[in-house]
Design a protein around this ligand. Structure first.
Ligand SMILES: NC(=O)c1ccc[n+]([C@@H]2O[C@H](COP(=O)([O-])OP(=O)(O)OC[C@H]3O[C@@H](n4cnc5c(N)ncnc54)[C@H](OP(=O)(O)O)[C@@H]3O)[C@@H](O)[C@H]2O)c1
Length: 331
């Protein structure tokens, strides 16, 4: 049996993505077969589509991570032939030992570095990061939850946000920042979201108390101080932010290199400190994300959807920077 998928066999621009027919997966005893309904396009898809061009300097993690990623994603040609790291869909078949799901269940899942969601079907072990889709979300909205919510939850576990704390998210409109902002609000913080001009309405809709457009204002010079500055892309630095941190403030580098790891070591036990951490993308974290959606803590804003066949256009739209919120593929 065959299914439609967007495949790539060479690195490059959106033109390397083609609608093709590939074998339809058959679920093993401990797997579920999901008919994909929606899958977002994110920065991870852009990176893996052309990982050959990403230099260690451009890569936002320490050089050893870049080297490992070169091997994982393929040295000369992509080893990941179907992109898409997260999805929502409907269970259409279950293996003989599956207990958590039945045919007809609506689910959302995180595939992570194995990718594969830009396809009609995905087969997944039921013990992986897959949960029932919250009823309050559409399939498109649900597909946007796993990556950002799981990353934000597991990273913010590393800091103790108190009610009334002032938190600044540098990159509040992105996959991670949009959820980190909502979670910080849920913990009772007064949240400032930093984003680009086109995404201001989205950040407002997600509940930011204050919004800073990074193309117009440098938040490190606005005279304000924060208990936590969470910098998603590392566009600022601890040095630049030091004056913007309260006496016990934390600079959280979500994207970090050796320098930030060194700063984490040397600021340990000091009043102003640096934190770097890796997210944990487990089933338990996705279950927490699911519960937070059900408690109305997490919302998502969608700008545009594209049919599977137009996945290359969705990549072009993301790369153009014209989007106002999230982009997803509907299958
Ligand atoms: N620590 C970990 O375990 C972990 C886990 C996953 C990912 N990461 C890292 O997280 C990063 C991806 O995060 P993401 O998925 O949230 O990315 P994303 O969806 O692309 O979002 C990037 C955010 O940064 C903002 N931004 C762009 N240029 C900026 C500037 N000059 N100043 C301030 N903000 C700016 C964007 O704003 P606009 O869109 O409004 O312009 C957007 O809000 C990668 O570097 C990845 O390595 C780390």
């Amino acid at each position: 049996m065959k299914m439609k998928a967007i495949t790539l066999t060479e690195y490059g621009g959106p033109e390397v993505l083609h609608l093709t027919e590939v074998p339809k997966p058959t679920p093993k005893a401990d797997e579920i077969l999901i008919k994909v309904k929606a899958t977002p396009i994110g920065v991870g898809d852009l990176w893996v589509r052309d990982f050959k061009s990403i230099t260690p300097r451009e890569f936002s993690m320490p050089a050893p991570f870049w080297l490992i990623s070169r091997f994982v994603f393929g040295l000369r040609k992509p080893r990941i032939n179907i992109l898409g790291a997260q999805l929502s869909g409907e269970v259409v078949d279950v293996g003989s030992s599956v207990t958590r799901f039945k045919v007809g269940d609506a689910v959302m899942a995180y595939l992570g570095q194995s990718f594969g969601a830009n396809a009609e079907y995905v087969s997944l072990k039921e013990t992986k990061a897959v949960v029932h889709k919250p009823e309050t979300l559409s399939f498109v909205e649900a597909a946007l939850v796993p990556y950002g919510a799981m990353t934000a939850i597991s990273l913010l576990d590393r800091v103790d946000i108190q009610s009334g704390d002032k938190v600044l998210i540098n990159g509040a409109s992105g996959g991670i920042g949009s959820f980190a902002m909502q979670l910080a609000k849920h913990y009772g913080a007064e949240v400032t979201g930093v984003c680009g001009t086109r995404r201001i309405d989205m950040v407002k809709a997600l509940g930011a108390d204050h919004i800073i457009d990074y193309s117009a204002v440098d938040f490190t010079n606005n005279g304000k101080q924060y208990d936590l500055i969470l910098d998603v892309l590392g566009k600022s630095s601890f040095e630049r932010c030091e004056q913007s941190l309260t006496d016990t403030g934390t600079y959280f580098a979500v994207s970090f290199k050796g320098k930030q790891l060194w700063q984490m070591l040397t600021t340990r036990g000091k009043s102003k400190r640096v934190i770097c951490a890796l997210s944990s993308e487990t089933l338990q974290t996705l279950e927490r994300a699911q519960a937070l959606v059900e408690q109305d803590v997490f919302k998502v804003v969608v700008d545009k959807t594209f049919p599977l066949a137009q996945t290359a256009d969705a990549h072009r739209y993301l790369e153009s920077g014209q989007y106002t919120a999230n982009i997803a593929i509907t299958v």
